[in-house]
Design a protein around this ligand. Structure first.
Ligand code: HEM
Length: 136
C-alpha cells in the first residue's frame, strides 16, 4: 500500500556531476521512494487499497517494476529476502489461526501513516483496534 521507508538518505563519497547538477561531497542525497509508490501515473488512485492492481486477469500475482520498498541498485536492502520470508510467515500464521474484525462501532484504521524516527524515517500506521478471534 505504502513504502515503510519513504525516504532513503545517502552520503556522497566525492564531488560529482549528475544530469548537469554539481553535487558536492558534503551533500546529503534523499531518494524519494514515496514518490514512486504514490505516482498516480504508475498506480491510478494510489491512496486506494486495491490489491487486485497486482493481479493479472487469471488472478495471478504480477511483479510491478516500480514496487521498490527495499530500494534498488548497489545499496538495496540486505535483509530483503529475510524480511519477505518473515512477513510471509507472520501474516500466514495469523491468517491461519485467527479471523479479524473491527470492534463494535470502532472506526476503520486510517490509510494515512505517521513518520517515526527510530533510525531512518519509518512510515508506521496510526494505532487502531482490531479483534483477533481464534479459528475453531
Ligand atoms: C519490511 C522490512 C524492510 C524494509 C522495507 C527495508 C527497507 C530498506 C531500505 C529502503 C533500505 C535503504 C537502501 C538504500 O540505501 O538504497 C534498507 C537498507 C538496509 N537494510 Fe533493510 N528493510 C527491511 C528489513 C531489513 C531486515 C530484516 C534487515 C536485516 C536483517 C535489513 C538490513 C538492511 C541493511 C543492512 C541495509 C543497508 C544496506 C546498504 O547500505 O548497503 N533490512 N532497507
Amino acid at each position: 500500500m505504502k513504502p515503510i521507508v519513504p525516504l532513503v538518505i545517502h552520503g556522497m563519497s566525492r564531488d560529482t556531476i549528475l544530469n548537469g547538477y554539481n553535487i558536492p561531497q558534503e551533500a546529503a542525497i534523499m531518494v524519494n521512494l514515496w514518490s514512486v509508490h504514490m505516482d498516480p501515473q504508475l498506480f491510478p488512485e494510489p491512496n486506494k487499497f486495491q490489491p487486485e492492481r497486482f493481479l493479472d486477469l487469471d488472478g495471478n500475482f504480477v511483479k510491478h517494476e516500480a514496487i521498490i520498498p527495499f530500494s534498488t541498485g548497489h545499496r538495496v536492502c540486505l535483509g530483503e529476502h529475510l524480511a519477505k520470508m518473515e512477513l510471509f510467515m507472520l501474516f500466514v500464521s495469523l491468517m491461519q489461526r485467527f479471523t479479524f474484525h473491527l470492534p463494535e462501532g470502532a472506526p476503520e484504521p486510517s490509510m494515512l501513516g505517521t513518520l517515526r524516527l527510530p533510525i531512518a524515517p519509518i512510515n508506521a500506521p496510526f494505532p487502531f483496534e482490531l479483534c483477533a478471534v481464534p479459528r475453531g
